[in-house]
Design a protein around this ligand. Structure first.
Ligand SMILES: Nc1ncnc2c1ncn2[C@@H]1O[C@H](COP(=O)(O)OP(=O)(O)OP(=O)(O)O)[C@@H](O)[C@H]1O
Ligand SMILES: [Mg+2]
Length: 646
């Protein structure tokens, strides 16, 4: 596309937003009205027409995939790479800043991001160490507590004697957890944002550098920013620079994770002369689909009223299917996909959306049975599979010996005679002397505390890691990975596993080696390839690795579908207690968030929308009866057609 045509594919309101004079802008608009399109074109406008250098742009997207897509769209509009522009999620941008300023952020050079599984394991261990009753002080709850506190920008304080014992205990867990992370150079997701925020707040020179550099900050899906993310933006905002945010209060679906839709309101108050633009033409969906979405969301009281309309055809009826049970539901959906496919619709244009990850299992079984290829976003991903995580843990400990989460995973995998007793001794020593597990192991060996056989086994482990590290130094990443898998003994271990499962594990390890290859020429030269690879995985970009060009049915949760669009959308499990969830039934505010989630689901559909519910479902082996979701009753009945079984 030529720059002179930059505004051609936009309506008047969109043009107004894209070409607005420099200033702070809020685009508040409903689903599918072109918010993301406006943001992309605005960046191109700032670069090509306003002649800003790419390095002056900081763009925040909701997923890494969206960041990549936006980058390439801008490149296509401009006809060249916007080199120097920063674009990514809050997490990946924070990570990038911390990588550069790790010293100022008080982090070791080889700090590593831990995912929620590692975070959970670490907390479990610490709660045990603190001698707390695990039935009461669960690691999962501790995780929620800590993440929520970090999202609010809160650090554990000196515990006040007047503090309630429950709060004091959570704070203690937070404090001990944070100490353990600091020792091991581990950073969780919430920490990435908080740490960057604190660093920028305390180091004025660094903050000023970024303030002067990022003259333009643009944020997509602003309705889902939380307190600390908003504070982050405020900190980076240059008083001479400009911010453009786009969002839709009706699509705020992360309230449970601390997102504050009020940030949109705060934005108008906190920044001078905000120009608010609303878009009301939907370009995505048929009339029927949009009408259904509008009807549904009108049941929410807490919202800014919008009048979203479309010029497109009425389109097909929304198909509604009442299944006997979850198996019948899955067969209905997959058979419909097969039929559509025969009529020319690509599999990748079909998405199945569900409320909870666990709902994908039956769907997967039926897809496998009927031999329809599929891809699951966000469920058990490639990089979350056991064998892949094992191999990654070896790579991680080679990258950073003090990575306790990695140590924990591989200390006796494959089994090498290091029993739970020995591991317990290592942990105690680490806690008592404030060491990492690796450091504690070395001290234990020096002090010869362990019995002979345990001592030998531990020594072998340390030697093994050091040897592998030496053997692979300076080799290309895929060869390093291959050697790590072989020399660690993982390959042999999984090869001995019988049958289909063992074979698939070996295939996954081979796939892992393939996935590393492109990191040899990673664009970010601040990092060695191994570091670049590990950080990309930790930042959850794993979907990038799986082949997107493959024609496969897409499966994901409703939360993961935000911002995306598909020709055919299936929303399954519309039953009271499933969607809306049990918790939402009890609380009005949560019910509104749940309804917004349904709104997000419906508005993903371009041409076809199918909604299903089951009369019974097996839950923990028990047959449970369900009533159809209230959301179905809230749809305009004249847009719906009941479907028959195939
Ligand atoms: N002026 C336009 N002319 C034609 N198509 C458009 C126009 N504006 C947007 N579209 C198309 O409409 C669809 C929705 O646009 P986009 O994804 O930018 O909307 P959005 O407001 O960001 O949606 P969501 O709320 O789901 O994030 C896309 O396919 C986009 O290409
Ligand atoms: Mg969008």
């Amino acid at each position: 596309m030529y720059i002179s045509h930059l505004l051609d594919s936009l309506n008047n309101k969109q043009k107004e937003a894209v070409s607005a004079p420099l200033g702070n802008i809020l685009v508040l608009a409903g689903a599918g009205s072109g918010k993301t399109r406006v943001l992309t074109h605005r960046i191109a406008w700032l670069l090509a027409v306003e002649n800003n250098p790419p390095s002056s742009i900081l763009a925040v997207t909701f997923t890494n995939k969206a960041a990549t897509e936006m980058y390439y769209r801008i490149k296509n509009i401009l006809g060249k790479h916007p080199c120097g522009m920063w674009i990514g999620t809050f997490h990946s941008l924070a990570y990038r800043i911390l990588r550069i300023h790790y010293i100022e952020a008080n982090l070791p050079k080889d700090f590593h991001i831990i995912d929620s599984e590692d975070q959970h394991k670490l907390l479990k261990r610490l709660i045990r160490y603190l001698n707390l009753d695990e039935n009461y002080w669960s690691a999962r709850q501790a995780m929620c507590y800590i993440n929520a506190k970090k999202d609010e920008g809160y650090r554990p304080q000196k515990i006040d004697k007047y503090l309630h014992v429950i709060e004091a205990t959570w704070q203690r867990i937070y404090a001990v957890y944070q100490e353990a992370c600091e020792r091991s150079g581990l950073v969780d997701f919430a920490e990435l944002i908080l740490r960057t925020y604190e660093m920028l707040r305390n180091k004025a020179t660094i903050a000023n550098y970024y303030r002067e550099r990022f003259y333009h900050i643009l944020v997509d899906e602003f309705q889902d920013t939380n307190h600390i993310q908003y504070s982050w933006i405020r900190l980076l905002a240059n008083c001479k620079g400009y911010i453009t945010i786009v969002g839709d209060d009706d699509q705020s679906i992360y309230g449970w994770r601390g997102a504050k839709v009020n940030n949109m309101q705060s934005f108008i108050q906190d920044f001078p002369q905000v120009k608010t633009i609303s878009l009301d033409q939907n370009y995505r969906s048929t009339k029927n689909i949009l009408k259904a979405a509008n009807y549904l969301i009108a049941n929410n009281k807490n919202r800014l009223i919008k009048n979203l309309w479309t010029n497109s055809d009425k389109g097909e009826y929304i198909s509604l299917y009442c299944a006997m049970n979850e198996i019948d539901e899955a067969y209905f959906v997959v058979n419909k996909i097969i039929l559509n496919h025969k009529n020319g619709l690509a599999l990748k244009d079909c998405v199945i959306l569900y409320r909870n990850n666990a709902q994908s299992r039956v769907l997967e079984e039926v897809l496998l049975h009927l031999r329809i290829p599929y891809h699951i976003y966000g469920g058990i991903q490639f990089f979350e599979r056991k064998e892949v995580k094992d191999a990654l843990a070896y790579l991680r400990i080679i990258n950073n010996r003090n990575d306790d989460a990695a140590y924990d995973r591989i200390i006796n995998t494959p089994p090498r005679g290091i029993g739970t007793k020995t591991i317990e001794i290592v942990r105690k020593m680490a806690q008592n002397r404030q060491l990492t597990l690796w450091q504690a192991s070395i001290v234990l060996l020096q002090e010869k505390v362990l019995k002979y056989s345990s001592n030998l086994a531990l020594q072998e482990f340390i030697k093994l890691i050091e040897n592998i590290a030496q053997n692979i130094a300076n080799l290309p990443l895929e060869i390093q990975t291959n050697l790590v898998i072989k020399q660690s003994g993982l390959w042999n271990m999984y090869q001995q596993e019988q049958g289909e499962k063992g074979q698939s594990r070996i295939k996954n390890l081979e796939e892992l080696v393939n996935a590393t290859e492109k990191y040899n020429n990673h664009y970010n030269k601040d990092m060695v390839p191994l570091q670049a690879f590990l950080s990309n995985i930790a930042l959850n970009t794993s979907d990038e690795f799986t082949n997107h060009n493959k024609d496969t049915v897409q499966l994901m949760t409703l939360h993961a579908a935000k911002g995306l669009e598909f020709q055919q959308v299936f929303i399954v499990g519309l039953e009271e207690g499933i969607f809306p969830s049990q918790i939402a039934i009890k609380e009005q505010e949560q019910m509104e968030e749940e309804r917004r989630l349904a709104y997000v689901g419906i508005t993903r559909a371009i041409k076809k929308l199918t909604i299903t519910y089951a009369q019974t479902r097996r839950i923990y082996g028990q047959k449970v009866f369900y009533c159809k979701s209230r959301f179905i009753n809230e749809l305009p009945q004249e847009c719906i057609l009941m479907a028959e079984r195939y």
